[in-house]
Design a protein around this ligand. Structure first.
Ligand code: NMX
Ligand code: MLT
Length: 441
C-alpha cells in the first residue's frame, strides 16, 4: 500500500477500537451547557466537533498533535542546510500523530511528485473564466474541475464497502495535495505573468516546487513558502474552512467537493481573504496619507477612520485566540532574520504597536491582537509578490494539508453525517413561555 497508508491503517484501526470503547463507557457524560445567546452568535464556545489534527488554546495558540509552532520549527525535517520545516513533515505528523523522520518526508515528497499530473481540462476550466476573475474563484473552479479524477466518487458509484471509504479518501487527498501547487501556480502565471507558465521541477520539495512554478527562485522565498505552508495548515476543526470541509465530507461528498466547499469559506474576508485585505488596507492608507512611511500617529488616525466607517481592522481579532497569534510571531521572526529593514514590514510592526490599545478601548472586541493574516502579505510583497488578491490561494494550498488529513480521519473513524438541530425564534419564544421544548433528539 505504501508506508504512509500502511502506517495510517495501523493507527486508525487502533484509534477506532479505542474510540468505540471510550464512547461505550463515557458516551453519556455531559461536556457543557449551551446558552441561548450562543446559538445566535456563531456557536462561539460550544464544543461540538472532533478534529484530531490540531488543537487551539486561546492563550497559547495552535498545537499540531501537541507541538507548538516553535517546536515544529525545531523538530520537523528540513532540506539540507535549510532552517524552515518541510510541510510534508507536518502532514505526516497530522495524519500519523508522530514526528516523521527524513525518510518518511522524502517518501511524501516523491509520492506527491508522482501524483502531481493535472489534466488539461482543469486548465481549460480556469481559462474559461475571465482573467479579471478573483484568484480564489479560479482556484475553486480548478479544484471542482479536478473532481473528475476522484477515486472516492468512482468507487462509491461501483458500490464500495463503507470500511474502504477512508482508503479512497486517502488516495484522493494525496492526489489533491500533489496537484494543488500546480493549479495555484497556473492561476498566478495566467493572471499576473501573461500566461507564461513554468514546468514543475521534480527535484524540489513540495513548497520549493510551488515557489519555482510561481516564478520565485530566491532560496529564501522557498524557505518562506515552507514556513508559510506549515503555519497556515490547520487551526483545529471549528474555523470556517475546516468545519466546511468536514461538514460537506460528512455527506460522503468526495474530497474534491469537500475541499472546494472549504475553500469557498476561506475566500470570505473575515476568514482567509483577510490576508489580502491587510495589504490592501495598508496600501490604501499610504495612498490616502500620501506617504510611503506613515507615522504611528498617522496610522492611529487611519485606524480610527476605518472603525468610524463601520469596517473592521483586517488582520486583528480572533474568535478563539486571546493573544498575539504565534503564526504572526513566526512570520515576524522570519522578517527579523531575513529583512528587518523592509519598509512594509516596518509598517506592519508599527500597526502592531498602534492597533491593540485602540481595539481594546472599544470595549467590545474580545481579542485586540493580530492574527496570522496581519503579517503574511508583507513577507510576500518583499519578494515582489504584490498581487494581493492571490494571497488567499496560498493560504488555501496550505489549509488543504490540515483539512484533508482531518477528512481521512473522519472516514477512518466512521464519523456520522453532520446534522445539528436548528430552531426558529418563534420556537424560542414559545419555549421561554414554558410551552415548548427547545432541544432535539
Ligand atoms: N476590527 C474592528 N472590530 C472588530 C475587530 C476588528 N479587527 N474584531 C472584532 N471586532 C468587533 C466585531 O465586529 C464585533 O462587533 P459588533 O458587536 O459590532 O458586531 C465585536 O468586535 C465583537 O467581536 P469578537 O467577538 O471580538 O470577534 P468575533 O469572534 O465575532 O470575530 C473575527 C472574529 C476574526 C471575524 C473578527 O475579529 C474580525 O472581523 N477581524 C478582522 C478580520 C480578520 O482579520 N479575519 C481573519 C481571521 C483569521 N483568519 O485567517 O481566518
Ligand atoms: C484560521 O486559521 O482558520 C483562522 O485563524 C480562523 C479560526 O481559527 O477561526
Amino acid at each position: 500500500m505504501g508506508i504512509l497508508k500502511d502506517r495510517f491503517k495501523v493507527k486508525a484501526e487502533a484509534s477506532s477500537a479505542e474510540l468505540k470503547d471510550l464512547l461505550k463507557q463515557h458516551g453519556n457524560k455531559k461536556i457543557g451547557e449551551v446558552q441561548l445567546s450562543q446559538i445566535y452568535q456563531g456557536m462561539r464556545g460550544i464544543t461540538g466537533l472532533v478534529s484530531e489534527t490540531s488543537l487551539l488554546d486561546a492563550k497559547e495558540g495552535i498545537r499540531f498533535r501537541g507541538y507548538s509552532i516553535p517546536e515544529l520549527q525545531e523538530k520537523l525535517p528540513k532540506i539540507p542546510g535549510g532552517t524552515e520545516p518541510l510541510p510534508e513533515g507536518l502532514f505526516y505528523l497530522m495524519l500519523i500523530g508522530e514526528l516523521p523522520d527524513d525518510e518518511a518526508v522524502a517518501y511524501i515528497t516523491s509520492s506527491w511528485q508522482r501524483r502531481s499530473h493535472v489534466p488539461n481540462h482543469v486548465f481549460a476550466a480556469i481559462d474559461a473564466l475571465p482573467v479579471t476573475a478573483h484568484p480564489m474563484t479560479m482556484f475553486v473552479t480548478g479544484i471542482m474541475a479536478l473532481q473528475t479524477e476522484s477515486n472516492f466518487a468512482r468507487r462509491y458509484a461501483e458500490g464500495m464497502n463503507k470500511k474502504d471509504y477512508w482508503e479512497a479518501v486517502f488516495d484522493d487527498s494525496m492526489d489533491l495535495l500533489a496537484r494543488l501547487p500546480r493549479v495555484a501556480a497556473y492561476i498566478y502565471r495566467r493572471k499576473y505573468r501573461n500566461n507564461q507558465h513554468i514546468q514543475p521541477n521534480g527535484l524540489l520539495d513540495w513548497a520549493g516546487n510551488l515557489a519555482h512554478m510561481l516564478g520565485y527562485e530566491d532560496e529564501s522565498f522557498k524557505e518562506l513558502m515552507r514556513l508559510y505552508m506549515t503555519i497556515h495548515a490547520d487551526h483545529e476543526g471549528g474555523n470556517v474552512s475546516a468545519h466546511t470541509t468536514h461538514l460537506v465530507g460528512s455527506a460522503l461528498s468526495d474530497p474534491y467537493l469537500s475541499l472546494a466547499a472549504g475553500m469557498n469559506g476561506l475566500a470570505g474576508p473575515l476568514h482567509g481573504l483577510a490576508n489580502q485585505e491587510v495589504v490592501k488596507w495598508i496600501m490604501e492608507m499610504q495612498k490616502e496619507l500620501k506617504t510611503e512611511v506613515p507615522t504611528k500617529k498617522q496610522i492611529e488616525t487611519y485606524v480610527r477612520k476605518t472603525l468610524s466607517e463601520g469596517k473592521v481592522v483586517p488582520g486583528y481579532g480572533h474568535a478563539v485566540l486571546r493573544k498575539t497569534d504565534p503564526r504572526f510571531t513566526a512570520q515576524m521572526d522570519f522578517a527579523k532574520r531575513h529583512f528587518p529593514e523592509d519598509p512594509l514590514v516596518q509598517i506592519v510592526w508599527n500597526v502592531y504597536d498602534v492597533v491593540p490599545p485602540i481595539l481594546e478601548s472599544l470595549g467590545k472586541v474580545k481579542n485586540p491582537w493580530p492574527n496570522v493574516d496581519a503579517h503574511s502579505g508583507a513577507l510576500l510583497v518583499h519578494y515582489g509578490m504584490v498581487e494581493y488578491e492571490f494571497y488567499t490561494v496560498l493560504f488555501g494550498v496550505s489549509r488543504a494539508l490540515g483539512v484533508l488529513a482531518s477528512l481521512i480521519w473522519d472516514r477512518a473513524l466512521g464519523f456520522a453525517i453532520e446534522r445539528p438541530k436548528s430552531v426558529t425564534t418563534e420556537l424560542v419564544k414559545s419555549w421561554l413561555q414554558g410551552k415548548d421544548e427547545i432541544w432535539g433528539e
